[in-house]
Design a protein around this ligand. Structure first.
Ligand SMILES: [Zn+2]
Ligand SMILES: [Zn+2]
Length: 446
C-alpha cells in the first residue's frame, strides 16, 4: 500500500495487537490506498481482499460524475457486475434514507462500494451493515474522518445519532479526485483534524478524573503527518498533492484510531461538543449549518483558548462555593440548554443525567478535579497547541476562523461554549472549567 509517511501505521492495518495501554486493539480496515489514479485499482483491491461481485455502488449526482462512473467502468472491465444507485439532488445523511437504500438492495449483492464524502459514506456503511455485507469506501474529498470509522452519523427523528457499524474493509482515495474537491471541503477536513491536540488532551484528562482507558496510539499514529498539514497548510489552497495526501491519510487514520479506541474520544472532545451544539441550534437560528469540519475548526480555537485560561489559573483562585454549588449550577445550565435546544431536550436530559450521576457524585468529582488540578495541567500540556497557532494554520489555508463567518452571533457562540457540556456524556475541559466556576465567569452565562 501507498503511504508517503509511516510504515508502522500501515503495518497496523488488518491486525490485532496488544498495546501498552493494556488493551488488545483490532484494526478491521485491511487496506488503505491513497495515491493518484487509485480508482483504477479498485478491482485489484477487491481481489486482494477476496471480495466478489455483484457490487452495490452508491453515489450522488456529483460524485457519480467525479468518481462513480470511473469506479463502475473499472469494475465492468474486470467483469464484476455492478448495481449502481445514484441518489438525486443533495442527499442528507438521514436514517430513513439509509434504511430505504438497504431495503432496495438487489438480493444477489455481495459487497458495497460507497463513492462520495460524508453523507454518501454514512448512508452506504449503514446499508452495508444492515445487510451484513462488506464495504469499500471510495473517498471523493478529504473533508471528514468517517471513511474508516466504525460509526455512521445519521439524523433520526431530528437528532443526530452515531450508530455503530462494521468499518470498511478498504479505503481508496484517488488524489486526482481529492485534490480537485471543493476547497471548502478540504478546509473542513483540516478543521476536523486540527482538533487532535485538544480532543486527545480531553481524553487524557477524562482518564485521570473518570478512570476511562486512555491510549497514546491514536495521537502518536498520525503525528508524523502534522508537519505537512499543519506546517504547510497554505499548500492545501494550491491543491498540492503531498499536502492533500497527508491530510487524507491523517483523516483516514483518525477514523481508524476511533476503532482502536472503541470510542470517538481520540477524535472528538469539547470542540466537537461546541460544533454539535451549533449544529443543533442552526435550524432555530434560521441558518444552514456549515461543514462539520469548519464548525469543529472554530470550536477547536475556542477549546484551545479555554485550555490556555485553565493553564493560567491557579488552584488557589477557585472559590470553594463553586464546588459546593455544582449541582444547582448544573441544574441551571441544563435548564438553559434545554430552553435553547427544545427539540433535543429529552436526549440532553438523559445524557446529562448519565454524565453527572447524583449530587454526591457530582460534588465528589468536582473535589477530585480541584485535588488533581496540577496533574490535569501537566497531562494536558503535552498535547496542546496554542489557539493562535490553530487559528493561523486555518487562516493560511483560507479557512473560516470566527463564529461570525459561519453566521453565528457572539452570544450564540458563548452559549455553545457555556452549555455544550450538557449535551453529551463526554468529559472534557468544559467540565473541568465548569466545576471550577470558570466557564460561567468567562462566558457570562449562568
Ligand atoms: Zn469530526
Ligand atoms: Zn492502546
Amino acid at each position: 500500500m501507498s503511504s508517503l509517511f509511516s510504515r508502522e501505521r500501515v503495518a497496523l492495518l488488518g491486525t490485532r495487537f496488544s498495546c501498552e495501554c493494556g488493551a488488545m486493539h483490532e484494526v478491521p480496515v485491511r487496506e488503505v490506498v491513497i495515491e493518484a489514479g487509485a480508482i483504477s485499482r479498485v478491482a485489484e483491491v477487491m481481489q486482494r481482499q477476496q471480495l466478489s461481485g455483484p457490487i452495490f455502488l452508491l453515489f450522488d449526482e456529483i460524485t457519480h460524475h467525479v468518481a462513480g462512473e470511473r469506479v463502475a467502468s473499472v469494475l465492468g472491465s474486470a467483469g464484476i457486475k455492478v448495481h449502481a444507485r445514484v441518489l438525486p439532488g443533495r442527499p442528507k445523511a438521514e436514517y430513513a434514507i439509509a434504511e430505504a437504500i438497504a431495503a432496495a438492495v438487489p438480493a444477489d449483492t455481495a459487497a458495497f462500494i460507497s463513492c462520495g464524502s460524508g453523507t454518501i459514506t454514512d448512508l452506504c456503511k449503514w446499508a452495508a451493515y444492515r445487510k451484513g455485507l462488506p464495504q469499500i469506501a471510495v473517498a471523493t474529498a478529504p473533508s471528514m474522518n468517517g471513511y474508516a470509522s466504525g460509526i455512521a452519523a445519521l439524523t433520526r427523528d431530528g437528532l443526530k445519532a452515531t450508530m455503530p457499524i462494521t468499518p470498511a474493509v478498504a479505503v481508496i482515495a484517488d488524489l486526482d479526485v481529492l485534490a480537485n474537491a471543493p476547497m471548502e471541503m478540504i478546509r473542513a477536513g483540516l478543521g476536523d483534524i486540527l482538533s487532535k491536540p485538544v480532543c486527545n488532551a480531553d481524553w487524557r484528562i477524562a482518564s485521570l478524573i473518570r478512570g476511562e482507558r486512555f491510549c497514546m496510539r491514536p495521537f502518536e499514529m498520525i503525528r508524523d503527518l502534522e508537519h505537512v498539514y499543519i506546517g504547510r497548510a497554505h499548500l492545501l489552497q494550491q491543491r498540492d498533492p503531498q499536502a492533500i495526501a497527508a491530510l487524507t491519510e491523517a483523516l483516514v487514520f483518525a477514523g481508524i484510531s476511533m476503532v482502536i479506541a472503541g470510542s470517538s474520544q481520540p477524535a472528538s472532545g469539547a470542540e466537537h461538543l461546541i460544533a454539535h451544539f451549533l449544529d443543533m441550534r442552526a435550524a432555530i437560528d434560521g441558518r444552514e449549518p456549515d461543514f462539520h469540519g469548519v464548525e469543529v475548526g472554530i470550536g477547536t480555537i475556542a477549546s484551545a483558548a479555554i485550555y490556555e485560561e485553565f493553564l493560567r489559573t491557579s488552584v488557589d483562585a477557585i472559590e470553594r462555593s463553586s464546588i459546593e454549588s455544582i449541582w444547582e449550577r448544573g441544574d441551571a445550565a441544563l435548564a438553559r440548554c434545554c430552553d435553547l435546544l427544545p427539540h433535543a431536550a429529552d436526549a440532553i436530559k438523559e445524557a446529562f443525567a448519565k454524565k453527572r450521576g447524583n449530587s454526591v457524585a457530582a460534588i465528589a468529582e468536582a473535589e477530585k478535579i480541584i485535588d488533581m488540578w496540577t496533574d490535569i495541567k501537566a497531562s494536558a500540556r503535552s498535547f496542546l497547541k496554542p489557539a493562535s497557532e490553530i487559528e493561523s494554520v486555518l487562516k493560511s489555508a483560507g479557512a473560516k476562523t470566527s463564529p461570525a463567518e459561519i453566521g453565528v452571533s457572539r452570544d450564540s457562540f458563548l452559549d455553545a461554549i457555556a452549555l455544550s457540556f450538557c449535551v453529551r456524556n463526554r468529559f472534557t475541559i468544559l467540565d473541568v472549567a465548569f466545576a471550577a466556576g470558570m466557564l460561567d465567569r468567562w462566558t457570562g452565562v449562568r
